[in-house]
Design a protein around this ligand. Sequence first.
Ligand SMILES: Nc1ncnc2c1ncn2[C@@H]1O[C@H](COP(=O)(O)OP(=O)(O)OP(=O)(O)O)[C@@H](O)[C@H]1O
Ligand SMILES: [Mg+2]
Length: 423
Amino acid sequence: MWSPVVFSTFQERCLPRSKYVTALDIGTTKICCVVGEPTERGLNIIGVGEAPSEGLRRGVVVNMEKTVRGITHAVDAAQRMCGHKLESAYVGMAGTHVLSQNSHGVIAVARSDREIGHEDVTRVIDAARAVSVPNDREIIHVVPRGYVVDGQEGVRDAVGMSGARLEVETHIITGSLTAVQNVVKCVHQAGMSVEDLVVQVLASAEAVLNDNELDLGVALVDVGGGTTDVALFADGSVVHTAVLPVGATHVTNDVAIGLRTTLGEAEMLKVNYGHAIPANIPREEMVELHQIGQDRVQVVPRRHLAEIIAPRAREILEMVRLEMRRGGHDGFLPGGIVFTGGGCRLLGFTEAAQSLLDLPVRIGAPGQTIGMSDQVSGPAYATAVGLLRWGTKLRHHANGHSPVGVGASALYARTVRWIKDFF
Ligand SMILES: Nc1ncnc2c1ncn2[C@@H]1O[C@H](COP(=O)(O)OP(=O)(O)OP(=O)(O)O)[C@@H](O)[C@H]1O
Ligand SMILES: [Mg+2]
């Protein structure tokens, strides 16, 4: 497994450092705070707090007050469980404003003996960063995909090699400045500082993908409440990312409208009786529900519920297929598709995905944690556990190498850091 360097562009000043790592996943349906302690035996989960998320739409904060309240509740609950005061967290960033592009950088190697050093790598990444990003957008990550040394392609770690010309291919992820600032403001108002902002799909990938899949080429699809996040990986590195404006809450909305029931009842029906393939449901199976404006309990065929759900599930999958084509996937993906996020738990979803996308499919859930691991073992916790893993690696790396500053933005000292052994 090669070790690309991931540059995150966000870091706050004077960060409190504790031996615990805290993750804050601000999702569209739930806000989740998880505290972990990296140990030799693995990541020890010592605190989990969760609160409903009511201030986001499609991953973007639309109501600060409700979002701050949700973060505060989740953090308080996690704090109570682990018995430590939490001060800072790795925060997941999502929303349809998150966009990605690939960029190329080239420099002349500085040293007279032509040996490529860490500074050259930093400079070439900076050169790749110098893409035109509109003023209202912020670069969140710069992920090097591979280096070219004097025309020799496929170099995974250029440090220590000899050469005169160093090039890099990078994947750049940007977000709307306003959306990024609003998330950070909410975290601050809840009394926490941000150790790093991480795009949610990269965090989820960290939690559920294995080295083999990353090397073979794999797609990660996080079906959340408000958005479906897609990331394509090849040769161990991310090559395409996208956030689609549709998720599992849309399924619930369809059920509520189709069966004239409340959103709460629709959610219960979807989770307990929903299915993505109507033909798999025997015709005689019935479900009971309360319809709006009706006093008596109604009975409808369960297959009818599945018929309402199936088109939306198919729409999500077709959008995923389109996005994979847009990302350059031409039908050959040996690692297949790994689904995660709460939405992929819908019965029949993976079967529907397999037949529509014609690729091997599995559900990815965060594994290999200890302590209160059962509380974060479902696919809905992939982002939170991934953020913990991200933070653990970042700190581990920071112990060996000091970050390289690249100037300050209006709000924060921005730092380019490099994380070895990511993925
Ligand atoms: N067993 C289940 N069957 C069907 N759907 C489920 C099941 N469990 C959870 N879900 C759905 O998963 C969704 C929540 O997923 P998740 O917790 O990953 O979203 P989120 O992280 O809050 O949102 P986002 O990532 O879009 O911001 C909800 O819409 C919920 O209905
Ligand atoms: Mg999510």
